[in-house]
Design a protein around this ligand. Structure first.
Ligand code: GAR
Length: 211
């Protein structure tokens, strides 16, 4: 059995795509055995609980700035790593997990963490992406990349699944898709089209890694 832990912060529609594929026998023998959220109100936790899949809320406590915040964050990551490690997953999927994980966390799960990113990323870690039609567009990183694509008037954006390295929104690319920005798009419609691609891609990537 190839076990998968999924980390989320919100709706968990990509998590649901993994559950659905698993039910349909389309996940190559992989099984989601753990779902963790840093947010207690993340709907993805309900999706897990309603199936009897282990679900945990590991909140990042609010802390004053400076060294107290640093210590609180480090302690939170250690708790997170302990919970994930207890399930000895073969793969850790960041599916809408809106926190940056430090090298300390990543070293526990060396080369086993992958991330869904709702924009195109370059294979060389640079600041631009060359699209299939030869357009050079900015590589969007961070937590607001769908809004950024709209704000910058980009004609095309996309989504990427990559292995997670200590560099934020970087690392070897496992799959990506270009998605045009339509004239009447808003942030929500664009993000929904991106997520429709992501849901197909994450299933394919997990299946490929598991088989
Ligand atoms: C997805 O679009 C994912 O790429 C994005 O959050 C969404 C989660 O959707 N992740 C990030 O922005 C990470 N920085 P979901 O909760 O419906 O699966």
């Amino acid at each position: 059995m190839y076990t998968v832990a999924v980390l989320i912060s919100g709706s968990g529609s990509n998590l649901q795509a993994l559950f659905d594929a698993q039910d349909a026998g389309g996940l190559g023998g992989a099984e989601v055995s753990l779902v963790i959220s840093d947010r207690g109100d993340a709907y993805g936790l309900q999706r897990a609980l309603s199936r009897g899949v282990a679900a945990a809320h590991v909140p990042l406590p609010a802390a004053p700035s400076g060294s107290a915040r640093h210590a609180a964050r480090a302690a939170w990551e250690q708790r997170l790593a302990r919970v994930v490690a207890a399930f000895t997953p073969d793969l850790v999927v960041l599916a809408g997990f809106m926190r940056i994980l430090s090298p300390d966390f990543l070293q526990h799960f060396s080369n086993r963490v992958i991330n869904l990113h709702p924009a195109l990323l370059p294979a060389d870690g640079g600041d631009t992406v060359v699209t299939s039609s030869g357009l050079i567009i900015p590589a969007l990183r961070g937590a607001h990349v769908v809004t950024d694509a709209m704000r910058l008037g980009m004609p095309v954006t996309g989504c990427t699944i990559h292995r997670v390295t200590p560099r934020v929104d970087d690392g070897p690319i496992l799959a990506s898709a270009e998605i045009p920005v339509l004239p009447d798009d808003d942030d929500a419609s664009l993000h929904e089209r991106i997520k429709a691609h992501e849901r197909r891609m994450i299933v394919q990537v997990v299946r490929d890694l598991a088989t």
